[in-house]
Design a binder for this molecule. Structure first.
Ligand SMILES: [Fe+2]
Length: 333
């Protein structure tokens, strides 16, 4: 090519390369440094490698990472599914301690006007009142203890872990009824069913040295069991004659431990007979009454009856260290 046309061609080429260069830099995908590196690379080995191109080995590496990550997720699902299933079964079995709809109940319960707890500093403590004497207090929300009100019950002498175990084992279907029709509460113990409770070793049942404590409760809704047990404890004599009682009672027994703070979502007032051992109660007002009311605790002894409106008072219980407690609980109203 002659010199002049060659010079014009070079100028034309330079101008267009500059325009291209500027356009590439402006779109932000390539930096000036990357263009410079690409040019140096071209000088070194005679071909341009654009830095934005993904090398084949890098792609293979990404595929490996994706494969490992996918396998890890698959393994996690494989291992976690049975564990989640066991966890859910366990949660369902403790439906009473933390009922499925507990949070819904708590969120939708009516707000207290605090009349039930204002000026209450502890339980009213009475002797063994007659029905007539108890009448004025019968439907009060004040916590009450009736000392020695149930000490004449045959249950205080005859009812214990072994009696209950023999009764439930003897009556066909009684053990399964607790799981199917009644309520079983294992609290902090590791028993899932009443069958587990009655299968524990004698050593643990008696909480001998080195054994773990246990505390459970259940409703004795099996008709035959209820008939047998009610031979040991009559309807509390102090309750009003017209007061209704449900066709099932609760039994709570065990060592140490107890129930965490909660409200009961039951239709009536609660009474409890302290058949064996001592038990401490902690009562607290609902949170909206914290500024007007106080929490307090008290304990009951064998033969005492305790009455608490457990629908209004948050309540928790615990059995003194190393001691055994057995109680019968029901409702009236
Ligand atoms: Fe309760």
């Amino acid at each position: 090519m002659a010199d002049e046309p060659r010079r014009r061609y070079d100028n034309f080429l330079h101008q267009n390369l500059n325009i291209l260069h500027g356009a590439v830099l402006r779109n932000g995908q390539v930096t000036e440094q990357e263009l410079l590196d690409a040019f140096r690379q071209y000088q070194d080995d005679g071909e341009i490698r654009l830095p934005l191109q993904v090398p084949a080995n890098r792609e293979r590496q990404d595929q490996r990472v994706r494969l490992i990550f996918g396998s890890a997720i698959f393994l996690f699902v494989l291992i976690a599914t049975p564990l989640i299933s066991i966890g859910l079964e366990y949660a369902i079995s403790i439906r009473c301690l933390v009922p499925n709809n507990y949070l819904v109940w708590e969120a939708t319960r009516p707000v207290s006007n605090c009349d039930f707890c204002r000026n209450v500093r502890g339980p009213l403590i009475f002797g063994n009142l007659t029905q007539e004497e108890f009448k004025p207090y019968a439907y009060s929300s004040s916590p009450m203890i009736l000392k020695n009100a149930i000490s004449h019950w045959p249950a205080t002498k005859l009812l214990n872990y072994t009696f209950l175990r023999d009764l439930y084992v003897k009556i066909p279907g009684a053990l399964d009824s607790v799981q199917i029709d009644c309520q079983f509460l294992h609290f902090k113990s590791n028993f899932l069913t009443l069958r587990d409770v009655f299968a524990m070793s004698q050593s643990r049942a008696e909480f001998r040295k080195g054994e773990a404590p246990w505390y459970v409760g259940w409703s004795n809704c099996h008709p035959q069991v209820l008939t047998e047990l009610r031979k040991l404890y009559p309807r509390p004599h102090f309750l009003p004659e017209d007061a209704e009682m449900p066709n099932t009672d609760f039994i709570f027994l065990g060592y140490e431990q107890g129930a965490v703070m909660h409200l009961d979502y039951i239709p009536r007032l609660m009474w409890q007979g302290q058949v064996k051992g001592n038990k401490s109660w902690i009562l607290a007002p609902t949170p909206e009454c914290d500024s007007q009311c106080r929490s307090f605790s008290f304990y009951v002894e064998p033969g005492d009856a305790v009455l608490v409106d457990t629908r209004l008072w948050y309540h928790g219980t615990y059995v003194p260290k190393g001691e055994f407690s057995l109680t019968i609980q029901s409702e009236y109203g």
